[in-house]
Design a protein around this ligand. Structure first.
Ligand code: CTP
Ligand code: MG
Length: 247
């Protein structure tokens, strides 16, 4: 399948708290985005890599331009677009910049900068085998409970009432890259345009939109190395991984 990877890198990185977009934050002396791009290209799955950047960010645009120079002949086409104000908006900006002839798309968080090549391969292989949508997942280690929803900030630990306990063996933590046939991704994001603001705010990944269509989403094994660098603690963890991968 002729495959594109859309890299969403347009977030502001509030929780990391570096006062710069997360994609530009150094990890092992190089911007997080550079690690993500190298991993994608090394996997060899992509004919096109389309990066959604924070609108107007010249430093990251230059980084992509420099990386394009590094790419060998026969490497993927690297394009950049301005991302949107939401992750889904950034994915849509990427979709709009896909080249003719793309048959499958992997949507990947730049923040999962250390994702192993093997995960890209498992997702890609599943699409080749006929899945319309596929996500990398891991078992959940914590017991997960539901609570009576309180309005606002989910990091503010106000006292809450527990409403239930999910069966852990049925739960999976979901990562990226998430893979889709082009038709499935287009349909999913078209449907997303019809959601109201509250529904749209609850969309945290692309596979959710496919589930809403009633299309089966397949799951393959993810990796602990694919952690989403979100908080300062995650960055310390990622620095540790660079020293030497887990077994
Ligand atoms: N993302 C994006 N466009 C947005 C928001 C997020 O492309 N408007 C991307 C981020 O760059 C990141 C991925 O989506 O690679 C996952 O988002 P998250 O980890 O939440 O990153 P940020 O939104 O940058 O972080 P924060 O929520 O802490 O501000
Ligand atoms: Mg965010």
């Amino acid at each position: 399948l002729v495959t594109a990877v859309i890299v969403v890198a347009a977030g502001s990185g509030e929780r990391l708290g570096y006062g710069m977009p997360k994609a530009a934050v150094p990890l092992g002396g190089e911007p997080i985005l550079m690690h993500a791009l190298r991993g994608i290209v090394a996997s060899g799955v992509a004919t096109q890599v389309c990066v959604a950047l924070p609108a107007g960010n010249q430093d990251l645009r230059r980084l992509c331009d420099d990386f394009r120079e590094e790419l060998a002949d026969g490497g993927p086409l690297l394009t950049v677009v301005d991302g949107g104000s939401t992750r889904a908006g950034s994915v849509r900006a990427g979709i709009a910049a896909l080249m003719e002839g793309i048959e499958a798309v992997l949507v990947h968080d730049a923040a999962r900068a250390l994702t192993p090549e093997s995960v890209f391969h498992r997702v890609s292989d599943s699409l080749v085998a006929g899945a319309a949508a596929v996500i990398p997942v891991l078992p959940v280690v914590d017991t997960v409970k539901t609570v009576a929803a309180t309005a606002g900030d989910d990091t503010a630990l106000a006292p809450e009432v527990v409403t239930g306990t999910a069966r852990r063996e049925e739960l999976r933590a979901v990562q990226t890259p998430q893979g889709f046939t082009i038709g499935t991704l287009l349909k999913a994001h078209e449907a997303a345009q019809g959601l109201d603001d509250q529904q749209a705010a609850a969309v945290t990944d692309d596979a959710m939109l496919v589930e809403m269509l009633g299309t089966p989403v397949h799951a393959v094994r993810g990796s602990t190395q694919s952690l989403k660098i979100t908080t300062p603690l995650d960055l310390i963890f990622a620095e540790g991984l660079l020293e030497g991968p887990l077994g």
